[in-house]
Design a protein around this ligand. Sequence first.
Ligand code: C5P
Length: 317
Amino acid sequence: MPITITDTRHLEGSLCVTAPAKVNLFLHVVGKRTDGYHLLETLVGFCDFGDEIEITKRSKTDPQMRPPTAHFSVSGPYAGALDGLPPENNLVLKATQMLGQAADQDITSLHIHLKKALPIAAGIGGGSADAAATLLGLNHWWGLDWPLSRLLPLAEHLGADVPMCLKSALSYVTGIGEDVYPLENALSLPIVLVNPNIPLSTPQVFKARQGGFTDSLISQLGQAGPFGAMMPETMTMLCEALSKWHNDLEPPACDLEPAIGIILSKLSAQPGCQIARMSGSGATCFGLFESMAQASQAVHALRAEQPNWWVHAGALS
Ligand code: C5P
């Protein structure tokens, strides 16, 4: 599901931007750069749920403020997880500052509100999706009309996952995350996400990874990756293909957080679950389901069994 922008400035004075959760359907670590970043080959999709960014005009402005900053607030089920962290470290403010500077706009007149619905440090791109949504939202707010190609270098600076979140389309992604190849996709996949409500540090998971690198699919199949430009047409064909690949970060993440193994076995035991796997560096795991009804049933069952877990169903595309 792509990022959507709802402009109600003429009615309510605000601009709302969705920041969809990202899911890595598989993730291969195929090498490492000299700066420590890992080279990846991954298939990513985006959910029809996630965080939200709201941009409004602030009544009191102070263009002299140094460093110039926007007013920032957070609400939602996971707002508490950001308590005590300096706001200037939040990717939403970093994105605001970066685009404001690049486009020579006054950011001190803005109030940016983040509705944090996704668990943090969860392997589903929360902070990166928030940053991407902020870039697209402000691009619209200021009437810049910059094409994605002009926003992408800023996205790359903000984090390895931000470029893919900016495109927010089912894509094959390579490099450290900057080479994004969207696929023609007719599928809307019923998905259940489960997180144990335990944050997992991405650098720590990469560091805990053992062994060599997975063989590059690009070198076997070409730059466009496993499916060329087209996604498989049915869920069965997709799951058959996915079963040949894996998430290289799943074993180290499971060692660091044993709850992941429990989630995976409970997810795969749900009726209709076609494949269960970890997303990104974890700890969130996903299950793809034959139907939305079965996905909803799985949510009820898992929530009843594990009330402390975050469990959410939706569609991935
Ligand atoms: O770019 P970002 O700040 O999101 O990355 C967080 C950390 O994750 C990096 O500092 C690095 O340790 C690890 N990482 C990596 N290879 C990638 C992406 C992230 O090693 N392709």
